[in-house]
Every structure is written in C-alpha cells, then in structure tokens.
Design a protein around this ligand. Structure first.
Ligand SMILES: [Ca+2]
Ligand SMILES: [Ca+2]
Length: 448
C-alpha cells in the first residue's frame, strides 16, 4: 500500500515570496495584459540586500530594463517573480540565493548566499503574437456606414503609454488628425485599428510596438518597444468617391411632377441648417430670417448643395450629407474645418424657371412684330426709360414674358435699357433696339 499523501507531480511551492503593493497610477481598465512566459516587458527596479543596502538599480542608470521574460535571460527568481504582473503593478520580490546568484555570487557585487530584495514596477508588457486590440467605448446607435480602406477620417485622439503617460494628443492642438486609412500614411496598428469605426464612435486602440514604432521608438516621448494606447473619437469620415447622400425627410401631400421639380437653371428659394456630423451648428438661413436664393448650376452655392436641391418639390424637406470635395474642400472655409463632411437640412420654399445664361428677360412666345412702335407710347420715335419700363412691366403682368428671377426688377429693367441705349443718350431709337436672340445670331455670323 502506498501512504496517503500529495501526488509527486504536485507543484512545489515556490520558495519565493511575493509582496504585492498597490499599483501607482491604477491599472488601465480595459487593457489588462499580464506578464507571461515569453512576454516582452519593460520595468524599473531597485535591488537591495537584507540590510537595505542597495546593490543595483535601473533608476540609477535612468534606463528601463527591456527584456523577454521566462527564457533564462534573467535570474530565475526575477523570471518567476515577474510572472502574472500587470502594467503599473509594483511588487517586492524576495529572492533566495539558489534562485539568484547561488553560493558563488558576483565578484565585488553580490556576496555568496545572498538573499536579494527587488522592488519592481512594471511599465510595459507585450507579446510577439499580439495584434491590435480594439475596445469600443461608445458606438452611436445610428451607424449607416463604417470606416474602410481608402476612407479619409478626421479624428481626435489621446495617445498614452501602457503606464498612463501621455505621449501625444490631438486635443492640445485643437485640431483633428486627418488621414486616409489603409494606405500606409499612419502606423500599421492605427491603419488596422480604425477599420470598422462609425462616425461619432469612441474606441480604444492598443497597438503593440511591432505595429507602431518598433524597438527604436520615436522622438523623445515614445521609447523603444512601447505599447501605444490611442483613445480615439471619430469626428467624421468620407471617401473621395462619395456622392451627396440624399434622404427625403418629408414631402408635400401632393407630389410635384418632373417639370415642377427643381432642375438646373431654376431659381430657387430654400431654408437650410448646416452642421458638422458631430452636431456642431455652422450656418442657418433662419439666422437671416429669409430663405437663401440661388440659381441652380450657376456656381453660387457649393456643388453638393446644388446637386442635393435638384429634383426637390416645393415644400419638400431633405437631409443632405455633403463630402468635402463637394463642399469646402481640404482647406475648409470660415467656420468650416478642412475636409469636413457637412450635414444640411433643406426645405424648398419656391421654384421658378430660370432664364438662359446672359438673358435678363424672355418672351414666352414670339416677341411682338412691331416691338419699337409698341414701346414708343407717345409715338415720338424715341423710347426713354419710363416708356421702356412701362412696356416691359406690362409684358410681365400680361404673362407674355418674364424677367430674370432673384434680382430687383427695376434694376433688371434699367440694365436692359442701358444695353439697348448704345450711344448712352438716355433714349432708345428704332435703330438701336435689338433683340438678344438677333444679337447672338449676328455674333455667330461674325465669328463664322
Ligand atoms: Ca416715346
Ligand atoms: Ca440712344
């Protein structure tokens, strides 16, 4: 019979006592990586003897120990004592001689059979097999689309090391970081870590050094072999191939037909609110108390708005998402950040057919045959501004023709009159009077 007792393969109790102290800054909540065999760590330590006398310290050298644990590159006591540690954790390791430098010691430094005391603080942990770790901290409920390769993203970020030290932040520059994704413009870890993010999303991206700045680090803020944590807030993103995204919010009860819908060349009045995707209000026609006016296609408004207004019925409301290449571009405008995506809410208030480019007035049918005689009301062979104006207004009120919309009619008529009064004597004669269509034809002939 065998005597009852613990089986022989029971782990031997480690002759190594660990005294856990509270972490200095508190561990980072979402990044709990602990030191395992084969893990790369960076740590500081103070080494003392039982009597408190210091024999070695990484602080004195002002250099963190950066090393792979558990592969025999450290004394066994240190290899084992670091196991299971988290970043910012502090431990006191008491290492007996047989797990330290044994009965021989180190000449001039460690006497034989010395028990060693190490006060260790762990500042970095990562594994060669580590990939980018993404923790979504806040995802907006509405996410119609997610970041993918070749999108252009504007985001804010706080960059910290695992021990909580900030190495960079976009907030201090008061300017978003703007970049294409998946094109190698940023470290591989962020190229991967921003994939799949929504507008307005907050996420934490933890990047191991081989997907960041590697063994050498960069600048004076990012040491070699450092894990980087980016707390990211995606402000907006778009793709250079994006069109205007149009969503009808409401339509009038009676839908308009094709000829009644806004089209290129039309003169329209509309109300609008313009904001950034994060909700920041930029402009509103309601600030001026009057609708905005524009001729569609006349380069008077941003291209995205021009496109988004086309096809609208009077009374219709739309939401337009306008990418920067159809808005204010990379440089932005007053109050509009560069490369910003804009959200418009527009309501079409009125629509009129516009006039062909360069025309101030058109007849709906053929002009009167005896045009000059009709204008010369008192039949003295001359048409001053008063007669001219009376005549044009009569044409408009009788529905025979119409003036250029969106401009004071008096000014338009004055302009028309001046165009006809070639010798500038404030009278138009029969010889001077010319229809623009005739003028255009003459010009064509001249050019031919
Ligand atoms: Ca006259
Ligand atoms: Ca004249």
């Amino acid at each position: 019979m065998f005597a009852a007792g613990p089986p022989s393969h029971t782990l031997r109790r480690l002759p190594l006592s660990l005294l856990l102290l509270l972490p200095a800054g508190g561990p980072l909540e979402d990044v709990v990586i602990e030191c395992r065999w084969g893990t790369f760590v960076r740590y500081h330590y103070n080494g003392t003897f039982e009597d408190g006398k210091k024999f070695d310290s990484s602080y004195d050298r002002n250099t963190l120990v950066a090393i792979v644990v558990g592969v025999g590159r450290l004394i066994t006591g240190m290899d084992r004592g670091l196991m299971g540690m988290c970043v910012n954790e502090r431990r006191r390791l008491i290492v007996p001689p047989h797990l330290g430098y044994g009965s021989i010691g180190v000449a001039g430094l460690i006497p034989p059979d010395a028990t060693l005391y190490f006060d260790v603080v762990l500042l970095d942990v990562w594994n060669k097999a580590d990939t980018v770790q993404v923790n979504i901290l806040l995802r907006p409920p509405h996410c119609p689309r997610m970041v993918q390769d070749s999108d252009f993203v504007r985001y804010h970020y706080n960059g910290t090391l695992l021990d909580g030290t900030t190495f960079d932040t976009s907030y201090s520059r008061n300017h978003t970081y703007n970049t294409y994704i998946g094109q190698g413009y940023i470290i591989p870890g962020m190229d991967q870590g921003l994939q799949g993010a929504c507008v307005g999303e907050r996420r934490r991206v933890t990047v191991p050094p081989h997907l960041a700045y590697g063994e050498n680090g960069t600048g004076d803020k990012i040491p070699g072999s450092a894990v980087l944590i980016f707390d990211v807030h995606v402000i907006d993103f778009h793709n250079p191939a994006d069109p205007v995204e149009i969503k009808t919010l409401s339509r009038p009860a009676e839908a308009c037909n094709e000829t009644e819908a806004a089209k290129l060349g039309d003169f329209v009045r509309y109300h609008y609110n313009c904001s950034l995707l994060d909700g920041t209000q930029l402009f509103s026609s309601h600030d001026h108390g009057a609708p905005q006016e524009a001729t569609l296609g006349a380069n008077k408004v941003i291209e995205g708005l021009d496109r988004g207004l086309q096809g609208m019925c009077v009374g219709e409301r739309r939401q337009l998402i306008v990418p920067p290449h159809l808005a204010h571009g990379e440089s932005g405008a007053r109050g509009v950040p560069g490369s910003a995506v804009l959200r418009f809410e527009v309501e079409l208030v009125s629509r009129e057919d516009g006039l062909p480019t360069g025309y101030l007035f058109v007849w709906h049918k053929d002009p009167p045959a005896s045009l000059f005689e009709d204008m010369d009301l008192n039949k003295d062979g001359e048409v001053p501004l008063e007669e001219f104006s009376t005549f044009i207004k009569a044409q408009v009120s009788e529905g025979k023709g119409r003036l250029l919309p969106g401009q004071d009619p008096e000014k338009t008529i004055r302009d028309m009159f001046q165009n006809q009064d070639h010798n500038q004597d404030s009278k138009v004669t029969a010889e001077e009077l010319k229809l623009k269509s005739d003028e255009d034809q003459e010009r064509v002939h001249e050019e031919l």
